[in-house]
Ligand binder design. Structure first.
Ligand code: FCB
Length: 510
C-alpha cells in the first residue's frame, strides 16, 4: 500500500523518522560509522582505474595549490575579544557528543598562532588558503553591529596572506551558527536566511577590498543532515521536519547571500563548497540504478540545482513542499548563478534499492527508497577514520558536474585523509599513506582536466591536524602535525611532498 503524502508525513514525524532513516541518507563526510552494507556486485565503474603516471603530470598554469581549514576546528579562543557562543561551542560541552569529551575551546590556537600557520603554508609553497570566518566572532548573537576585534583578526590574516602571495579563499559559513540564532529557531527558521545575508554583506564590505574569492557555505547537506536529522553534529536535533525545512532555508540563504555579496562587491567570485560523492549502484539492476540516481540528487545536487536551475532535483518520490514550507516565489529566490562549484570529495557512495520488506517496515522509504553506504565501499584501502580510498570518485564527480552543468569552473575545496602517524624518535613524521592518497586523487583530477574539466585549484584537507567534529582530536588529517599539548606544528612527510608538487606545478612520475 502506498502512503499518501499526508500519511507519510504523519507517520514519519510521529514514529521517529530520524531514528530509522538510513545512516547514509546523505554523504555525511564527518561521520565515520558505516552501515547499510551492500552486495559486492558493483556496476562497471567500481573497477578501480589506476591513476599512476610513468611521467610527470603538469597542472594548468596558475593552478591554485592550497590547504583548507575551518574556524571552529583550528581557532580556539572561543570566548575571547567579544566572540559570541556558537552552536558548536554549546554542543561540544555536552557529555557524550564528542569522542573523549574533546572540545574546540582551544583547538590549534590559531587565533593566536596564525602567523605560524602562514609560515607553514609558505614553507609548502602554497598559493591559496581556504579558511572560514566564525560568524559569532563578527556578530556575537548573529545580528547587529560588527565586533571590531573579530574583524581585525580576519583583516590581519588576509593582509598577511596577501603579503605571502597566498590567495585568501574565504568560507563564510563552516557550521558555527551563533547560538542566539539557534535559540531563535536555527536553520529551519526562515529569518536565519536574512540574518545570514546581512552578515555576508557586512563581510563583503570589510574584506571585499582584498578578498575576491568566497564560498557562502561549507557542505550544506552535511550540516543540515548531521545537525538537524541525526543529531550527531551541532545543534544536535533529530527531526525530519527541522531537517527538510533547514535544507530549504539554507537554499534561500544561498540565494540571498549571493545577491548580497554581489551587490556589495560586483567583482567578487562566489561559490559554495559542496560535499560530493560518486554515487554508484550496488548492482546493474534497474532498481539499484534508480537508487544511485536518487542518491546523486540528494547528496550532490540538493543545494546546487536550486542555485543554478531554480528547482529541486528528483531525489524523493515526491517533493514534500508543505513540510519544507516552500512559498510561491521561493524557487526564484534560491537561484544563485555561482561563479564556481566548490567540490569537497573524500569517497564514493554505493546505493541500492531496499527490499519490499524494508519498505513496509520503514514508511520513510516511500519518500526516499534508498540504502546507501557512508564512508565508501569495501574494495579500496581504508584510512584510519574508516573511509575508503577511491580516487576514481573524484574523476567521476568532476566529469559528471562538467557534463551536466555546462563545464562550470570547479575548485576542489577539500580532499584528504585521516592517518594518525606521529613523530618518530627523531621527531620526523613519515606519513606515506597520505602522500599516496593525494598523489592518486591528484592524478585522477589531472585526468579530468585533460578530459575537459575546468578545474582551478586543489585544497588538501587540512593544513594542520585539528578538531574533527564528533571525532574530536582522534583523527589527524593535517599535512602538518600538531602537538596539542604544546601547539607545536611540524611539517609531515606529506607536507614536504606537497611543497614539491606545488613548486613544480606538477605531480612527479611514480
Ligand atoms: C568535511 C568537513 C571538514 C572536515 C573534513 C574531514 O566534511 O567539511 O570540516 O571535517 O570533512
Amino acid at each position: 500500500m502506498r502512503l499518501t503524502r499526508r500519511e507519510f508525513v504523519q507517520s514519519a514525524l510521529g514514529a521517529g523518522f530520524a531514528a530509522t532513516l538510513p545512516v547514509g541518507f546523505f554523504s555525511a563526510c564527518s561521520v565515520s560509522s558505516k552501515t547499510g552494507a551492500v552486495p559486492s556486485a558493483f556496476g562497471a565503474s567500481s573497477v578501480a582505474r589506476q591513476f599512476a603516471a610513468s611521467s610527470e603530470i603538469a597542472f594548468p598554469k596558475n593552478f591554485f595549490w592550497g590547504t583548507a581549514t575551518a574556524a571552529y576546528q583550528i581557532e580556539g579562543a572561543w570566548n575571547e575579544d567579544g566572540k559570541g557562543e556558537s552552536v558548536w561551542d554549546r554542543f561540544s560541552q555536552i557529555p557524550g557528543n564528542i569522542k573523549n569529551g574533546d572540545t574546540g575551546d582551544t583547538a590549534c590556537d590559531s587565533y593566536h598562532r596564525w602567523r605560524d600557520d602562514i609560515a607553514l603554508m609558505r614553507a609548502m609553497n602554497l598559493n591559496s588558503y581556504r579558511f572560514s570566518i566564525s560568524w559569532p566572532r563578527i556578530q556575537a548573537s548573529g545580528s547587529g553591529s560588527a565586533n571590531s576585534k573579530g574583524i581585525d583578526y580576519y583583516s590581519r590574516l588576509v593582509d598577511a596572506l596577501l603579503e605571502a602571495r597566498i590567495r585568501p579563499f574565504v568560507t563564510l559559513y563552516h557550521w558555527d551558527l551563533p547560538q542566539a540564532l539557534e535559540v531563535a529557531g536555527g536553520w529551519p527558521n526562515r529569518d536565519t536566511a536574512s540574518r545570514f545575508s546581512d552578515y555576508v554583506e557586512l563581510m563583503a564590505r570589510v574584506l571585499g577590498d582584498r578578498v575576491t574569492d568566497w564560498m557562502l557555505f561549507n557542505e550544506p547537506s552535511v550540516f543540515t543532515y548531521s545537525g538537524y536529522l541525526i543529531g550527531e553534529h551541532a545543534p544536535g536535533r533529530k527531526s525530519l521536519w527541522d531537517f527538510l525545512r533547514a535544507t530549504h532555508v539554507v537554499n534561500l540563504a544561498q540565494g540571498a547571500g549571493f545577491r548580497a555579496l554581489k551587490s556589495a562587491r560586483p567583482q567578487a567570485r562566489v561559490g559554495t563548497a559542496f560535499n560530493m560523492s560518486a554515487c554508484e549502484p550496488a548492482s546493474d539492476s534497474e532498481a539499484d540504478k534508480l537508487a544511485a540516481q536518487r542518491t546523486h540528487a540528494i547528496t550532490n545536487l540538493w543545494f546546487l540545482e536550486p542555485a543554478l536551475k531554480g528547482r529541486y532535483p528528483d531525489a524523493f518520490t515526491y517533493l514534500p513542499e508543505t513540510v519544507m514550507a516552500i512559498k510561491p516565489d521561493d524557487m526564484d529566490k534560491v537561484r544563485a548563478p555561482l561563479d564556481f562549484v566548490g567540490i569537497n570529495l573524500y569517497y564514493r557512495t554505493i546505493a541500492s534499492s531496499p527490499g519490499a520488506m524494508e519498505r513496509v517496515a520503514h514508511a520513510q522509504e516511500w519518500l526516499f527508497p534508498v540504502r546507501m553506504t557512508t564512508g565508501g565501499g569495501e574494495q579500496g584501502p581504508k584510512t584510519d577514520i574508516g573511509w575508503e580510498v577511491w580516487p576514481q570518485a573524484l574523476y567521476d564527480v568532476v566529469m559528471r558536474i562538467t557534463r551536466d552543468y555546462n563545464r562550470p569552473v570547479i575548485e576542489i575545496t577539500e580532499s584528504g585523509c585521516a592517518y594518525n602517524d606521529g613523530p618518530d624518535a627523531s621527531g620526523k613524521i613519515t606519513d606515506s599513506h597520505r602522500i599516496e592518497y593525494h598523489r592518486q586523487y591528484l592524478a585522477a583530477l589531472a585526468r579530468a582536466i585533460t578530459d575537459g574539466a575546468d578545474v582551478r585549484g586543489y585544497h588538501a584537507w587540512s593544513l594542520i591536524d585539528n578538531f574533527e567534529w564528533a571525532e574530536g582530536f582522534s583523527q589527524r588529517f593535517g599535512l602538518a602535525y600538531v602537538d596539542f599539548k604544546t601547539q607545536k606544528r611540524t611539517i609531515k612527510g606529506s607536507g614536504s611532498w606537497y611543497a614539491k608538487v606545488a613548486a613544480k606545478n606538477a605531480l612527479p612520475a611514480t
